[in-house]
Design a protein around this ligand. Sequence first.
Ligand SMILES: NC(=O)c1ccc[n+]([C@@H]2O[C@H](COP(=O)([O-])OP(=O)(O)OC[C@H]3O[C@@H](n4cnc5c(N)ncnc54)[C@H](OP(=O)(O)O)[C@@H]3O)[C@@H](O)[C@H]2O)c1
Length: 248
Amino acid sequence: MALPSLHDRVVVVTGASRGLGAGMAERFRSLGMRVGVCARGASPLAGRSGVVAQRLDVRDEAAMQGFAAAVAAELGPIDLWVNNAGVLEPIAFLRDLSGEALMEHLAINVGGVLAGSKAFVGHLHRTGRGGVLVNVSSGAAQRGYAGWTAYCAGKAAVDRLSECVQLEEAEHGLRAYAVAPGVVDTAMQTTIRGMSEERFPAVEKFRELKRNEAFNSPAFVADRIAALAFDPEARPDSVVLRLPSEQG
Ligand SMILES: NC(=O)c1ccc[n+]([C@@H]2O[C@H](COP(=O)([O-])OP(=O)(O)OC[C@H]3O[C@@H](n4cnc5c(N)ncnc54)[C@H](OP(=O)(O)O)[C@@H]3O)[C@@H](O)[C@H]2O)c1
């Protein structure tokens, strides 16, 4: 895929202390983009030129607003905002899931996406420019997995939230997507593979993926996101998208 020049572009990636977020941020920077990254932990890109890194919790709306302002002040107007931060736990059958644990999960996986989306939409309104919002979703938004009540419910909510903000903000130049990235071999996958079949009956499917190394790389996911944001020929019609397998 031939990407247009990305050298004058500014991208934000949340949840970029490790895993898919860190890998995507690294790839975006290597493509010449200026990059804003945040997570509770430190980003591997912190201290590099063309990078604004902040340690924050995506549940903190004020912190997210401040982060967006800092990125724009240091790097320029933001073209692409990727809400990647997310958690998998709690893994539990619904009968064992407390309402409190569910709400804690949703506060990150849905509330964090809300806070990031609001920060970006506010930025677009202030600058009068268009931009692309990508919320990292999952195949778990499309189907249920026993043991993943919280995760499936949260990712399904991310899909609908993305469709709503697209409808609300299209006239202000927003294009919004909910992107299921495929399976990426991160700490989250290590956790999944380590589960017992009692807690997570579908575990063998994920162990099989590891045996075959059948993963999408963060660079592949970043390239696909950059293409849907900046390549007019790769512009999808639907908001909810599932990336293909890198192996073809
Ligand atoms: N790996 C896969 O196969 C896969 C498949 C489909 C979808 N996804 C989605 O892809 C995204 C990244 O997953 P991953 O596999 O890279 O997981 P990961 O290795 O566990 O990384 C998660 C990232 O999210 C950040 N994060 C979590 N809670 C946060 C909070 N409250 N505030 C700020 N940052 C927070 C973490 O940073 P700190 O802990 O330092 O805050 C970390 O940087 C998630 O949304 C996940 O649901 C992953």
